[in-house]
Design a binder for this molecule. Structure first.
Ligand SMILES: Nc1ncnc2c1ncn2[C@@H]1O[C@H](COP(=O)(O)OP(=O)(O)OP(=O)(O)O)[C@@H](O)[C@H]1O
Ligand SMILES: [Mg+2]
Length: 290
């Protein structure tokens, strides 16, 4: 039997390298991810989310509470293609530690940078199938669980070739409004058109996850997300008023068979452009089962 992680640890230390430095696994908009060692002798990953410089203490509290609540939900999610959340802990005001299983390997965006080229069709198919399996699992849960931040930098590939979704966008909306300079520019390219409509506000749904998955397939084939050439201020209007940009011919050719699978013919016309993400949902379901 494969031993499983025990989230019941009560103390932990950063894991240090031979020179006594903390082992940084990655860094991004809202925090750093380090290796840590627990009193249950487990090596885990800990993400330290810092909300410094935010305007209001009560907003920080709200964001941290929201994040904490969502993590208790995510702790119950067990799937081989989804990072296992273990626990979250407030260490001081405005700082939250999120513990997860430690994943080997790299994110898909790091891998493309390391190999200096996009992925070939076989790899894109393999990764996509695993991503769809994970999304199908999340979206079939009751209540529905959303990822909210699907993109290549939040998808890891283990040394064994297993895809793991990481970095759920739990309280990012709250964080983003608080730290306006840190608004998730990197995530803008992956947002579905309906997220920019003024009347409805930001309403994430399984469809917006699927839209972001489609954009991630684009990124795997092109090394850049759709609309990469535009300044971030222009992105919302591009997405809202224009069709999804075509992949360039070089990227399109090896992916033709693949795109026939993800985009059922006529689906866009049938449901309108905005509903295109929705029409792809059946493709996700079919695909994960095939
Ligand atoms: N559980 C983990 N095991 C190993 N490495 C991890 C793990 N979680 C994250 N990492 C590494 O850290 C990097 C950043 O992690 P993550 O995406 O969670 O945070 P972030 O991008 O800083 O957050 P945000 O998207 O909110 O700005 C990842 O690309 C990955 O390389
Ligand atoms: Mg990330």
């Amino acid at each position: 039997v494969k031993p499983s992680l025990d989230p019941a640890f009560s103390s932990w230390e950063f894991l240090l390298d031979v020179d006594g430095n903390t082992q940084l696994l990655g860094a991004g908009g809202f925090g750093q991810v380090y290796k840590a060692f627990t009193d249950k002798q487990q090596t885990v990953a800990v993400k330290i989310v810092k909300l410094e410089g935010a305007s209001s203490a009560s907003l920080i509290d709200e964001a941290i509470e929201k994040e904490n609540a969502e993590i208790s939900v995510l702790k119950a999610v067990r799937h081989p293609n989804i990072v296992q959340f273990l626990k979250s802990e407030r260490i001081k005001k405005g700082e939250l530690c999120i513990f997860t299983e430690l994943i080997s390997g790299h994110s898909l965006s790091e891998l493309m940078q390391l190999q200096r080229r996009p992925f070939d069709e076989a790899a894109v198919r393999n990764f996509s199938k695993q991503i769809c399996t994970a999304l199908h699992f999340l979206h079939s849960r009751s209540p529905v669980t959303l990822h909210r931040d699907i993109k290549c930098s939040n998808i890891m590939l283990t040394n064994e070739g297993l895809i793991k979704l990481i970095d759920f966008g739990v309280a990012k909306e709250v964080f983003a409004t608080m730290c306006s300079t840190k608004t998730a520019h990197g995530t803008l390219h992956f947002m579905a058109p309906e997220l920019f409509s003024e009347d409805e506000g930001i309403v994430y749904s399984p469809k917006t996850d699927v839209w972001a998955f489609g954009c991630s397939v684009f990124e795997m084939l092109e090394m850049k997300p759709p609309n990469w050439q535009f300044r971030w201020q222009q992105i919302p209007l591009r997405i809202h008023n224009h069709d999804m940009p075509q992949l360039p011919a070089e990227a399109l050719r090896p992916a033709e068979g693949l795109l026939r699978t993800v985009r059922p013919e006529g689906a866009e016309e049938a449901s309108g452009r905005r509903g295109a993400a929705g029409a792809q949902i059946s493709a996700v379901t079919d695909w994960h089962e095939s």
